[in-house]
Design a protein around this ligand. Structure first.
Ligand code: UDP
Length: 491
C-alpha cells in the first residue's frame, strides 16, 4: 500500500474539454483526488479559469492541493469570436468539431509548460474528446488515463453497435433494432443514436476514430459512475481487456468533503431565494425542469412545455438558458402574463441554477431532464424519479437506462435525436405529452410510488458508494495505488 507521504508526492495533471458538463466533473474529481492527498493541476483557459476561480479558491482554502494552469485559448485563430472558450458560448453547436480542432492547438503551449517544470506529473487524466493528449503522454512518458464523461452502459452499447455492424441490416431511421450481446434487452431506432452512428460524413468518422484510438491506447478509463449502478456493464466493458475505475457520483463528493463549494457557474438568482422558495413547498411536490448547458430548442417547443407546466397542478422550477429562442420566448411569456399566472406555484430561473442543491432538496419530487449524463447521475444520486426528454449525443442511451433498466423514469416520448446544432423546425413534444408524463411521475398511485421507492433506494446506494469504504471511495484509493506503484516502472 502507498504510504501517506508517497501519496503526497504524487501529482496528477487533468486536461478537460472546455465545456460545462466536462469542467464540472473534472473540478469535482480534482477535489476528490486532492482530498485523498494527491496534488492536482487542472488545465484551463483564461475565460474558464475566471469562471472556476472561486471554486478552486474555496478548495485551496480547505487545504486541498489544487492548482490550475491557465492557457490562452486559440479560438480566434480557429474563427471563433473573442471570449468564446467554452462550448456553452459557441454561436452554434454544429461548430463542435471546429471547437475540438481549436482545443488541439492547446497541445504546444501545454507541452511548453511541461518542459519548464522541475518534475513531471505522475499521470495525466484527460478528456475523452481530446485525443491529442495521447501524444503528450507519449512525448513526456507520462501514463495517461481517459476520463469518460458518460456511463458504462453507453460505452458498451456504442461498442457493440459498432463492432456487430448491426446497423448494416437497418434499412430506415425508424426501424427498431436490438443492441447485440448486452445484459438487457434494449432496442433503439437509428434515429435515436448519436450523430456519428448515423452520419456518412468522413470528417465526423475520422474524429470519432481518433477518439476511439485515444481511448483504447490509454492505460485505463476513469468513469463518473458507481459499480453498484451498472455492475453488469462495468464487467462487460472490462471483458474487452481495458481496465476502468468507477469513482462517482462526483457530484456527491462535495458532500463527503465539504458543503461549502459552488458548482460550475455563478447562479443567476440568489441561490438562497430559490432554496428558500423550495423550503416553503411540501416534500416531494416540486418538479425541477432543466435541459443542461448546451441544448437549443425552438421557442414554440418551449411554449408547449410552458403550457404543460402551467396546466399541471404541481409546483415547478424551470431553468431557461439563454439561446437563439430567448427573444421570442420572453415575448411570449410577457404577452401571456405567464409569470404572474404561475406566481406562488412556479419559479423561473434564467441561465444557471444550483442544480445539485435543488435536486437534493426535500421538496423536489421529480426532475424533467434532457438526460445528459451529469444530470442523469445527479438525479439518481438525489433519489429523484425523472421525466426523460433526450435530445442528442448519448442522451437516448441514458433514457433507456432510466426508463427500462432502472425503471425510475417516464419517457416524454421523443422519437428522434437532433443532430448537434440542427434546429428542427417542428415541435417534437406536445404539451399534452409533457402533461401526461408529469401526471404519471408525480401521481400518488402504486406504480408511481414503486418508481419513487426504486429511485430513493438507488440514491441511498449512490451515497454509500462515495462514503469511506464504499466502492467508489475504494476505487479512488486503488487508482492512486496503481499510479504510485507504477511510477518507478514507467519512468
Ligand atoms: N447545471 C447546473 N445548472 C444549470 C444547468 C446545468 O448546475 O442551470 C449543471 C448540471 O448540474 C450538470 C451540468 O451542468 O452538472 C450539465 O451536464 P449534463 O451532462 O447533464 O448536460 P450537458 O450540459 O452536457 O448537455
Amino acid at each position: 500500500m502507498a504510504s501517506q507521504s508517497q501519496i503526497h508526492q504524487l501529482h496528477f495533471l487533468f486536461i478537460p474539454l472546455m465545456s460545462q458538463s466536462h469542467l464540472i466533473p473534472f473540478t469535482e474529481m480534482a477535489k476528490l483526488f486532492a482530498h485523498h492527498g494527491v496534488k492536482v493541476t487542472i488545465v484551463l483557459t483564461h475565460v474558464n479559469a475566471a469562471r472556476f476561480n472561486t471554486i478552486l479558491e474555496q478548495a485551496k482554502a480547505s487545504n486541498l492541493n489544487i492548482e490550475f494552469v491557465s492557457l490562452r485559448f486559440p479560438g480566434q485563430e480557429a474563427g471563433f469570436p473573442e471570449g468564446c472558450e467554452n462550448m456553452d458560448t459557441l454561436p452554434s453547436l454544429n461548430l463542435t468539431l471546429q471547437f475540438f480542432a481549436a482545443s488541439s492547438m492547446l497541445q504546444k503551449p501545454l507541452e511548453k509548460w511541461l518542459e519548464e517544470l522541475e518534475s513531471l506529473p505522475n499521470c495525466i487524466i484527460s478528456d475523452l474528446c481530446l485525443p491529442w493528449t495521447t501524444e503528450i503522454g507519449l512525448n513526456f512518458k507520462i501514463p495517461r488515463f481517459v476520463f469518460y464523461t458518460t456511463c458504462c452502459f453507453c460505452l458498451v452499447c456504442n461498442h457493440n453497435i459498432s463492432c456487430s455492424r448491426v446497423l448494416e441490416g437497418v434499412t430506415s431511421d425508424s426501424q427498431t433494432f436490438l443492441v447485440p450481446n448486452i445484459p438487457d434487452r434494449i432496442e433503439f431506432t437509428k434515429a435515436q443514436l448519436p450523430a456519428d452512428k448515423r452520419t456518412s460524413s468522413d470528417e465526423s468518422k475520422k474524429i470519432m476514430n481518433q477518439l476511439e484510438t485515444a481511448k483504447l491506447s490509454a492505460e485505463g478509463l476513469v468513469v463518473n459512475t458507481f459499480e453498484e449502478l451498472e455492475a453488469r456493464y462495468v464487467e462487460e466493458y472490462q471483458k474487452g481487456g481495458q481496465k476502468l475505475w468507477c469513482i462517482g457520483p462526483l457530484s456527491l463528493c462535495n458532500k463527503a468533503i465539504s458543503d461549502k463549494f459552488e458548482i460550475g457557474n455563478k447562479t443567476s438568482i440568489d441561490e438562497c431565494n430559490c432554496l428558500t422558495w423550495l423550503d416553503s413547498m411540501k416534500p416531494n411536490s416540486v418538479i425541477y425542469v432543466c435541459f443542461g448547458s448546451l441544448s437549443e430548442m425552438l421557442a414554440s417547443q418551449l411554449v408547449e412545455l410552458a403550457l404543460a407546466l402551467e396546466s399541471s397542478d404541481y409546483p415547478f422550477i424551470w431553468v431557461i438558458k439563454r439561446g437563439k429562442y430567448s427573444e421570442e420566448l420572453e415575448n411570449w411569456l410577457v404577452e401571456e402574463n405567464f409569470e404572474e399566472k404561475i406566481k406562488g406555484r412556479g419559479l423561473i430561473i434564467r441561465t444557471w441554477a444550483p442544480q445539485v442543491q435543488i435536486l437534493s432538496h426535500l421538496a423536489t419530487g421529480g426532475f424533467l431532464t434532457h438526460c445528459g449524463w451529469n444530470s442523469t447521475l445527479e438525479g439518481i444520486s438525489a433519489g429523484v424519479p425523472m421525466i426523460t426528454w433526450p435530445m442528442f449525443a448519448e442522451q437516448f442511451y441514458n433514457e433507456k437506462l432510466l426508463v427500462e433498466v432502472f425503471r425510475i423514469g417516464v419517457s416524454v416520448g421523443v422519437k428522434t435525436s437532433a443532430d448537434y446544432g440542427e434546429e428542427k423546425d417542428r415541435v417534437l413534444v406536445r404539451s399534452e405529452d409533457v402533461k401526461k408524463a408529469i401526471k404519471q411521475l408525480m401521481d400518488k398511485g402504486e406504480e408511481a410510488e414503486e418508481r419513487r421507492k426504486r429511485a430513493r433506494k438507488l440514491g441511498e446506494i449512490a451515497k454509500k458508494s462515495v462514503e469511506e469504504g464504499g466502492s467508489s471511495y475504494m476505487n479512488v484509493k486503488k487508482l492512486i495505488q496503481h499510479i504510485s506503484e507504477n511510477k518507478s516502472i514507467i519512468r
